[in-house]
Write a new protein. Structure first.
Length: 140
C-alpha cells in the first residue's frame, strides 16, 4: 500500500497556549488544511464543488492527542479517505513530528451535502470520482 497523502505544517508561535504547546483547536485546523490540500491535489477545487451544488461536511471528529507540539516544530499531516456504501465516508489523519513521533490522530466521518436540498448526497464516492482528476489520491 502506498503512503497516504501528506502536507508539511510548521507550528507557529501564535498557535500555542499558555503551557507553550499547540492549542487543542489548532489540530483541527491542521487536519482541515490537509483535507483541502488533498482535494486540490486530486484536482477538486472548492469552486468546482460549489458549481456542482455540493460541499463536504464534517459529521463527527475524534482527536487523540499523543504528544505535545511546540512552536517551531515541523510536522506532516496525513489524510486518507475510506469509502463505504452509504452516504458517509471516513477520513483518517495523523499529525506526525519530524522524528516520526505521532503527535495526534484525527478520525472523522464526513459526507457530501447537496447545497440546495441541504441533505447528504446518496453516493459521495461517485460524486468525488466524477470531479477528481487524480482519483487514486482519494482512494477511488
Amino acid at each position: 500500500m502506498s503512503e497516504p497523502f501528506s502536507v508539511p505544517v510548521t507550528v507557529r508561535g501564535y498557535e500555542t497556549d499558555t503551557q507553550g504547546h499547540l492549542n487543542q483547536s489548532v489540530y483541527l485546523n491542521y487536519a482541515e488544511h490537509a483535507r483541502w490540500s488533498l482535494l486540490q491535489a486530486a484536482g477538486i477545487r472548492q469552486a468546482d464543488l460549489v458549481a456542482r451544488g455540493v460541499g463536504p461536511v464534517v459529521l463527527e471528529t475524534i482527536v487523540r492527542f499523543r504528544r505535545e507540539l511546540l512552536a517551531g516544530d515541523e510536522t506532516t499531516v496525513t489524510c486518507a479517505f475510506e469509502w463505504g456504501e452509504g452516504r458517509t465516508f471516513r477520513i483518517r489523519q495523523i499529525i506526525r513530528k519530524a522524528d516520526g513521533t505521532i503527535a495526534a490522530e484525527v478520525e472523522g466521518v464526513g459526507g457530501l451535502m447537496d447545497l440546495n436540498a441541504r441533505k447528504l448526497v446518496a453516493d459521495p464516492r461517485r460524486r468525488f470520482k466524477e470531479l477528481a482528476a487524480e482519483t487514486g489520491l482519494l482512494g477511488l
